[in-house]
Ligand binder design. Structure first.
Ligand code: B1M
Length: 209
């Protein structure tokens, strides 16, 4: 019987090979990709985040755990992606400039693809200009992620850059990440905010409707 707690513990401990083995076994047993993601991988990373906050683990441990988490999500990716569906639109997604956290952004990208969007992943540490270029090149939605309170203002800077380039009204802007709130989204004039990857995909559908 697939053990989601074993997966979360393996992520927390940074055991990449064990994560791969347990995720593969769970899939073979018929556990859904969503369950493995939300009840296994994400739980492990969240628990590690608490230890990091309390100074019980440091950046190297977090990096190793992030590598293990990515190995697990890579196995789920094909299952979270929709096959042969007509694109609902194009989303250009990235983590804002100065911010290197990409795990949550990658999950949002996967869920968007799974919902039927074409996703242009700009990566992490993405400059306002890169978002502007993506908008000029036809993206329907600009999606920004930030995990640091110090990089949140870069979302406002990017929206301003979209306005200055004359493309703000061509795109919808959605934002998210652990420190982001609906209040902040309203304050900076974003079109939408969501708390997690699944609701981000729902939000994107509403924005494009
Ligand atoms: Co960093 N880090 N980190 N870190 N790190 C946090 C964010 C922190 C909260 C840890 C803590 O103190 N508790 C803290 C930020 C404090 C703050 O600003 N308030 C912090 C810090 C301080 C730092 C450094 C400054 C540490 C240092 O160097 N002293 C440094 C900064 C580097 C930089 O970016 N310039 C740093 C570095 C790192 C690592 C590189 C070691 C690593 C990142 C590896 C990587 O991403 N490739 C890392 C990690 C892994 C974390 C924690 C532990 C986990 C983040 C994560 O991946 N969570 C994190 C603590 C925590 O969050 N509990 C922490 C799992 C992921 C699935 O969740 O990213 O929240 P999350 O994404 C969710 C939602 O937020 C939402 O959906 C996702 C899935 O449900 N979402 C969106 C995200 N983006 C969205 C976009 C949307 C919609 C929803 O629409 C567009």
């Amino acid at each position: 019987m697939a053990d989601m707690q074993a997966i979360s513990t393996a992520v927390k401990d940074g055991r990449k090979k064990i994560v791969e083995k347990l995720v593969t076994e769970a899939l073979e047993e018929g556990v859904s990709a969503e369950t493995i993601l939300n009840k296994g991988l994400v739980v492990g990373m969240t628990e590690l985040g608490e230890l990091f906050k309390n100074g019980e683990v440091y950046v190297p441990e977090v990096l190793v755990a992030a590598r293990a988490m990515k190995a697990g999500t890579a196995l789920l990716k094909p299952l979270l992606q929709a096959a042969n569906v007509q694109s609902l639109g194009t989303v250009a997604i990235g983590t804002v400039e100065g911010d290197l956290h990409d795990i949550g952004k990658n999950l949002v990208a996967m869920m968007l693809e799974g919902t039927g969007f074409t996703v242009i992943d700009l990566g992490e540490n993405v400059s306002p200009d890169a978002f502007v270029n993506a908008a000029k090149e036809g993206a329907n939605i600009v999606a920004m992620s930030a995990l640091l309170t110090t990089t949140m203002p870069m979302m406002a800077t990017t929206i301003k850059a979209l306005e200055d380039a004359g493309v703000r009204d061509k795109v919808k802007v959605m934002i998210g990440g652990a420190p982001i709130t609906q209040e902040y989204a309203d304050q900076i004039g974003a079109d939408g905010y969501s708390t997690d990857a699944a609701s981000a995909a729902e939000l994107a559908k509403r924005l494009i409707a």
